[in-house]
Design a protein around this ligand. Structure first.
Ligand code: HEC
Length: 104
């Protein structure tokens, strides 16, 4: 009986950690395919007119993307791409870039 509980707990914990890493993986994949062309593979942009995202605060990044998405903020490059992402994708991307080391 006791071992059943232990196994069930282990399976639940495994499920949770798999869920989290799948979300991270998804954000990393999206960043690579959708964002890296402008914001750089490490979140550091190569164009002086494009902002670095690495190390920025996650809440700020998420709000900026939400603002492009809902039209509060408007940019011909960012508005269309933000419109294709849902709130949980925005959160995942924001967390991904916030966790990268900031540039000098
Ligand atoms: C075609 C180039 C391009 C692509 C692709 C692109 N961005 Fe941007 N991004 C920009 C530019 C240019 C700005 C600055 C726009 C402005 O002046 O408001 C910007 C601004 C931002 C900002 C606001 C930064 C700040 O400091 O206020 C965030 C957050 C952001 N981008 C995230 C993303 C994410 C996440 C992706 C991928 C889903 C992405 N961008 C894809 C060009 C791009």
């Amino acid at each position: 009986m006791k071992s059943t509980i232990i196994i069930a707990t282990a399976v639940a914990a495994l499920g949770l950690s798999l869920g989290a890493s799948a979300a991270d993986q998804n954000a990393a994949e999206k960043a690579k395919t959708l964002c890296a062309g402008c914001h750089g593979p490490n979140g550091l942009s190569v164009n002086p007119l494009w902002p670095n995202l690495a190390g920025q605060k996650a809440d700020y990044l998420q709000k900026a993307m939400r603002d492009y998405k809902n039209g509060t903020r408007n940019d011909p490059l960012m508005s269309p791409i933000s419109g294709t992402l849902n709130e949980s994708e925005l959160a995942g991307l924001a967390a991904y870039y916030a966790a990268l080391p900031a540039g000098g």
